[in-house]
Design a protein around this ligand. Sequence first.
Ligand SMILES: Cc1ncc(COP(=O)(O)O)c(C=O)c1O
Length: 360
Amino acid sequence: MSRAVRACIDLGALRHNFQQVRKAVGAAQILSVVKADAYGHGSQAVATALMDGDGFGVASVDEAVLLRELGVHKPIVVFGSFSSATEVPVLLQHDIAPMVHCREQLELLEQTSCSGQCDVWIKIDTGMHRVGFDEAEVGTIISNTQRCASVRRVLLMSHLANADDPEDPFSRQQIATFRRCTDGRGLDRSVANSAGVVAWPASHFDWVRPGVMLYGVSPLRSQTGTELGLRPVMTLKSEVIALKTVLEGEHVGYGGAWTAKRTARLAVVACGYGDGYPRHTAAKSAVLIDGRRAPIAGRVSMDLMSVDVSMHPNVALGDEVILWGSGLAVEEVADNAATIGYEILCGVTKRVPRIYIGEA
Ligand SMILES: Cc1ncc(COP(=O)(O)O)c(C=O)c1O
C-alpha cells in the first residue's frame, strides 16, 4: 500500500492565478515560468493548464524539449545557461529560445552548421551582478546577435534583484538602467518576475515572467498570497496513522526534543522530511486537522511527525491532515523553517504523488 501523503494540485486555482496576472499586466504577454518541474507542481500538467498563455520559461534545454514533446507550440525560453555546442542543434530543431548572457554562447550560435532559427533573449545585467551583459557592451551584442544567421528575432531582458520589497529603490534604478540600454531599439523587452508583476508596473514592458505567483504564493515579503487575491495551488495532505497518549514529563521523537507538560494526546502523521516537509521548523509550527491547528510535537523525522491533538479529542485514525496549502499558507511553513515558499514547493520529493484536481 502506498503512503498517505500526497500533493493535491488545484488546476482551477492555477488558472485563477494566471488570470490575476492577466489583470495586472494588461496587454503585456505572459511567459509562465514552469522551471524546476513547475516549482514542484509538475510541468506537464501545469503547461497543459496554461496553454492559452503566451509562452513558457524553463531552466534547461531538457525541460524545454519535454514541453515541445508534450505538444507546446508557444514560445519557450530557456533561462538557465546553455553551454555546449551539442545543445545548439536541439535549440534550432525545436525552435527553443535561449537566454544568452555571455559572448561564448553567441559564438556557439554563430559557429553552428545546423539549419533553422530561434529567437534569442539577450540578458542585460542591470545590477543583480549574477549573469548578463554590461550596459557598455549591449549595443555591440545586439548587433552581433542580429547578424547571426541562426537568430530569427532578438528580445531584451533583465532580472530584478530586490523586487520583493516595494519600498526598495533599487528596482527603480534597475528599470532605469534597462531603459537606457533598450529604449528606441524597437525590440520586445522583459523584466518583471512575479514581484515585478505585482509591485512594479514600470517593469511590465512587452513580456512578464511570473513564476511563484502562478502557484498562489506571494512574491512580496509584506503580503500573503491570499491578500494578493491568489489561491494556493498545492495542498500537501496526509493522514493520522496512529494515536498515542504520553504522560507529563515524557519525551517524544528523536532526541526527545518535545516534552509533555501534562498528559497529552498525540497524533502521528505520515509525512516527514523524506516527503519534503522541512526538518528544521520552529516550535510553533502546526498542521491542520479538520480545519483546526495542531502544533508539531518534537522533531520531524523522515516519514513521520507527531502533532499535539490534546485540544482536539475527536481526532481519529485516518483523519485528513493538511501540511500546507488550503487553509495553511505555505509562506507560514516557509517562515517557520527560515526559508521561502519557493524552496518548500520545489522540495516536495518524487515519492509524493501529485494528484490533479479542479478544472484545467
Ligand atoms: C529569469 C527569471 N525570470 C522569472 C522568474 C520567475 O520568478 P518568480 O518565481 O519570482 O516570479 C525566474 C525565477 O527564478 C527567473 O529566473
